[in-house]
Design a protein around this ligand. Structure first.
Ligand code: ZN
Length: 96
């Protein structure tokens, strides 16, 4: 089970605050020395409530060893202003 917090960001066009909810999907896993190394991704499209600027962003996360966040990254893939920013969310893994 993965818990992902919301991310805050800023619209590069008008400066309004943005809030993004991520929904991580499992992509693939590899068997490594200490167990599974799993990769997750989330695609979101955020529309600024103030100016209508559309921002497409992607969150990548990897888990290794199991239950531990190895790495995460947010990339902005589409943004007409070119200046929007998004923070990385906190990601936690829980054993069921
Ligand atoms: Zn805006």
């Amino acid at each position: 089970m993965i818990i992902v917090t919301k991310s805050e960001g800023t619209c590069g066009k008008c400066g309004a605050k943005l809030e993004v909810e991520w929904d991580l999907d499992w992509v693939h896993s590899y068997e490594k020395d200490m167990g599974l190394n799993s990769y997750y991704e989330s695609d979101v499209q955020v529309v600024c409530e103030k100016c209508g600027n559309v921002i497409a962003a992607k969150l990548y996360a990897s888990e290794y060893p199991e239950g531990t966040l190895e790495n995460s990254k947010v990339t902005i893939e589409g943004d007409a202003s070119g200046k929007s920013t998004l923070e990385k969310p906190n990601i936690e893994f829980y054993d069921l």
